[in-house]
Design a protein around this ligand. Sequence first.
Ligand code: KMT
Ligand code: NI
Length: 179
Amino acid sequence: MAYFMCDVGGDIDQRDECRLTPNIDATVEDLKKIGVETTKVNFDDPNVEEDLEKLVRSYDMNHRDEIRICKATMPDFEAKLKIFFEEHLHDDAELRIIKNGVGYFDVRSVDEKWIRIPVRRGDFVFLPAGIYHRFTPDTAEDVTAIRLFRNNPKWTAYNRSADAETQPTRAQYLKEILI
Ligand code: KMT
Ligand code: NI
């Protein structure tokens, strides 16, 4: 379950749970308000391929690939981790299914607090285009994810800035989702 998280930095490692004390859960409703959807895929089900196909179709996607985020397989690993954890938005939705490992997607709540969504094997996450978000693996630093996308995905990251604020996708998100 998702929860509102504490600030990171100093003694607080982004790769830890980063819960508030006391913990404050974020509800499905909190996520719905910002256009975020989560569901599960059962990789141990022999029909998992069908479930994956259904997901791909229900989100009108037509491709998928796999990304493994770990030191051994990812060139410039440390730099990539920094990029993933910079608050940013994209012109396309971000759809991910975690196949292995543990990580955290952080998304901004309606009132701009960080909501942390812990993800592990079987977790599917949909982040709409224009939402500010970031990602980190946990301390094991080995996450494999399936990415769903359409032709010519617009994965350019706009880090939070005046420039990102003026992106049409951001305006669209604010108009359609937040208001
Ligand atoms: C992204 O676009 O930030 C990523 O793909 C990283 C998360 S995938 C588990
Ligand atoms: Ni992203």
